[in-house]
Design a protein around this ligand. Structure first.
Ligand code: HEM
Length: 514
């Protein structure tokens, strides 16, 4: 456990790179790609000077550049220079158009692979694996949520108490590292089953694999592209991620062999992601050896993103004791109406909690951009905007959710904002036909925290359930407060695209009286 805390303390800024995961893809060198059509688009920050100066300005204050571009060119595309080159920033209506264009032209995976330095990290590059994972998340995990929720709920209840401890008096805890373990174990119950999810031989590598991977990518990016073939030898994390893949294979191989035996003998089979994968692996032409890698990729996509979202919501809650009271009341009322079981239906009824989580996402974007895509083949959009092949496009998500014409008083944390919009008790600036679009899991061109279009996060339904379960359990079982003398919410870490909760901060926990 402390191992994870130390790791986070040492590498806090690296954990911040998880924001790039939230953005769906990562930075990509696009120097030299704008000699064609895109050069006609206005370049925000041109007055700063050379590309190098603009790059530095981006690292120091990307938020201002996006805010400026967003204000100046609301309905038009524009460009800016980021850490690696230039990007085309699209307004909401053009993102809506771009999401309908086939993957053969506007591609998420290609961007992912290039930006993840696939050549050195080995991350990505296997479309078959990605398609398989997405299929399983959609057809087995999400569709199975009703069935697995009771189990998830029981695992959450036990894990929260075990990981946060007795806390007979006020006890400080680093929220992010506590939640990382809780999320890894609770998700692990469904990914690998109730026994394996408790084993540190899996949870520790599953957690640190992501950290090492992003550390390696971050370090590689500091080397210029042509020196990276040498730079790779100075990055120990590249070795460590390879070792972790090997360890994962070795650790899971006997489990898979045992399960194959059970399958042959026609015995009762576990009900978890590993088993669903094994049931369908032949159909998707996936070898047993690859399953461990796919499990690691699942942890990569699921654990840190879910932990960050839960952390930032807790940071927002701990400074609002009245809201905590109101939420407890909601949770207890819903529990009482559902025979004390947090079923999917019960979680759906926690509409204030849903609203609080979404409002927390709105004010803590993680990354300032979403819908980051690589243009594989040139595209011209309806207003004449030309997207040359090889360019990167994105949506200025962080600016959209701060737009006062879309969100009233956008600077204010309004816990009831999305609840009121859903209930129709306040005017809806976006005039949605269906007010349920204000739910936490819904993606729209106005709220892309989980991305947008056909590649929007398939795991968001599972994540929403898990976050609600964890927060509900924490609020029922513990009182929370800020450490003595701290009154303000912990500020986010902001650098370049990152706008994330600080993973090193403590809050105080005390076991609540029954
Ligand atoms: C609060 C937690 C999470 C957040 C904020 C989040 C966010 C995102 C975002 C922004 C994307 C990119 C979408 C786009 O560019 O349009 C994405 C993709 C993805 N997410 Fe999540 N995610 C979360 C949890 C999960 C979980 C729990 C899983 C697995 C169970 C998961 C699996 C995936 C996968 C497989 C993709 C790739 C989809 C594709 O390429 O089509 N995510 N996620």
């Amino acid at each position: 456990m402390d191992q994870v805390s130390n790791l986070l303390a040492e590498r806090g800024p690296v954990v911040a790179s998880v924001a790039l995961l939230l953005a769906g893809v990562f930075v990509l060198s696009s120097l030299g790609l704008f000699s064609n059509g895109a050069a006609k688009l206005p370049l925000v920050g041109q007055e700063i000077g050379s590309a190098e100066k603009r790059r530095k300005a981006f690292i120091a204050n990307a938020r201002d550049l996006y805010a400026r571009g967003y204000k100046q060119f609301q309905n038009k595309a524009w460009r800016l220079t980021d850490t690696d080159g230039e990007r085309i920033v699209l307004p909401r209506h053009l993102v809506d158009e771009a999401r309908r264009i086939p993957d053969s032209h506007i591609d998420i995976n290609k961007a992912f692979e290039k930006a993840n330095e696939i050549k050195y990290t080995g991350l990505g590059g296997n479309q078959q694996h990605t398609d398989f994972l997405i299929h399983l998340i959609r057809s087995d995990l999400t569709r199975g949520l009703n069935r697995i929720n009771t189990r998830l709920s029981a695992e959450t209840a036990a894990t929260v108490i075990r990981e946060l401890g007795p806390c007979e008096d006020w006890t400080p805890a680093v929220v992010y590292s506590k939640l990382l373990r809780i999320v890894a174990i609770v998700s692990g119950n469904i990914f690998l089953g109730p026994e394996l999810c408790q084993q540190d031989e899996w949870t520790n590598p599953a957690i640190t694999y992501t950290v090492d991977l992003f550390t390696a990518i971050g370090k590689l990016k500091q080397w210029s592209p042509w020196t990276r073939p040498i730079g790779q030898y100075f990055i120990p994390e590249l070795k460590s991620i390879k070792q972790k893949r090997k360890q994962a294979r070795a650790w899971l191989a006997p489990v898979i062999a045992e399960r194959r035996k059970l399958m042959k003998e026609g015995k009762e089979l576990p009900d978890d992601m590993l088993q669903w994968m094994m049931n369908k692996s032949a159909e998707f032409n996936i070898s047993d050896d690859d399953l461990s890698l796919i499990q690691l990729n699942l942890s990569l996509a699921a654990i840190h993103t879910t932990t960050l979202t839960t952390t930032m919501t807790l940071y927002d809650l701990v400074v609002r004791p009245d809201l905590v009271k109101e939420l407890r009341h909601e949770i207890k009322t819903v529990l009482a109406a559902n025979d004390n079981v947090l079923t999917t239906q019960a979680l759906f009824q926690m509409k204030l909690l849903d609203s609080v989580m979404k409002e927390s996402q709105r004010l803590n974007p993680g990354s300032l951009v979403r819908f980051v895509r690589y243009v594989e083949k040139p595209v011209t959009l309806s207003d004449g905007t030309h997207l040359p092949s090889g360019s990167m496009i994105e949506s200025p998500y962080g600016s959209i959710v701060q737009d006062p014409t879309l969100y009233t008083n956008p600077q204010t944390f309004d816990a009831h904002r999305f609840l009121n919009l859903r209930n129709g008790t306040v005017p809806d600036p976006l005039e949605y036909k269906n007010r349920e679009q204000y739910q936490f899991v819904t993606v729209t061109k106005d709220f892309m925290h989980f991305g947008y279009g056909r590649h929007a996060c398939p795991g968001r339904f599972f994540a929403a359930n898990e976050i609600k379960l964890i927060l509900a359990r924490i609020l029922l079982d513990y009182d929370i407060k800020m450490p003595d003398g701290v009154t303000e919410r912990y500020p986010n870490l902001k650098m370049g695209l990152d706008d994330l909760p600080d993973p090193t901060r403590e809050i105080m926990f005390k076991r609540a009286k029954a």
